[in-house]
Design a protein around this ligand. Structure first.
Ligand code: XMP
Length: 174
């Protein structure tokens, strides 16, 4: 499969992203990093190790939420399979997601966390599709903007496949 984004470019961009995060959020207080499962696991693993190199104090927790039902089109509904294990109240939160597509998933999670009154809520996505979105998502840190194609690799899957690829590839529905 032909890479849309190479392993080398991913590594280089994540290093820069970590610097952007530290510059904007500061090192002072501990940040609760909340990652959206499943697709963000590889991105999260690399991002937090870069943040560690920069002495950024953090905790890590996971949220399981999906708007996809095993195919390449959004079902339009949000279903939780792992609710946030901690409250975002009075915390500095960095929400980490793999990809911003329609924006439905991230919008639902952002609203949920904002209702708990975090002191700061910042959002970081690895990929953002360049198309116009139906939701007005606030994203503070973006790895790459990509064309409106279905992608897999580097944690992202197509029916469970291709997550292990160290790069991101564009897929066709066939
Ligand atoms: P929405 O449309 O709610 O979708 O922004 C976000 C979630 O849907 C999944 N998604 C994808 N997964 N390749 C994938 O492997 C894609 O091109 C893709 N587009 C959306 C993903 O889980 C994301 O968090």
């Amino acid at each position: 499969m032909k890479p849309l984004i190479t392993e080398k470019n991913i590594r280089r961009r994540i290093r820069r992203l970590a610097i952007e995060i530290v510059n904007e959020m500061g090192r002072g207080e501990e940040t609760a990093v909340i990652a959206l499962l499943d697709g963000s696991f590889m991105f999260l693993a690399d991002l937090i190790r870069e943040l560690y190199q920069l002495d950024f104090p953090l905790t890590v927790n996971f949220i399981g939420v999906s708007s996809y039902q095993g195919n390449t089109r959004s079902s339009g509904r949000l279903s939780w399979y792992r609710r946030p294990p901690l409250s975002a109240a009075e915390r500095r939160v960095l929400l980490v997601d793999d990809i911003l597509d329609t924006g439905l998933t991230l919008n639902g999670v952002q609203q949920h966390l904002l209702r708990q009154n975090p002191t700061v809520l910042k959002t970081c996505v690895l990929l953002k599709k360049s198309k116009t979105r139906s939701f007005d998502n606030r994203v503070d840190f973006t790895g790459f903007t990509i064309p409106d194609v279905f992608v897999a690799g580097y944690g992202l899957d197509m029916n469970g496949r291709y997550r292990e690829l160290p790069y991101i590839a564009a897929m066709t529905e066939s």
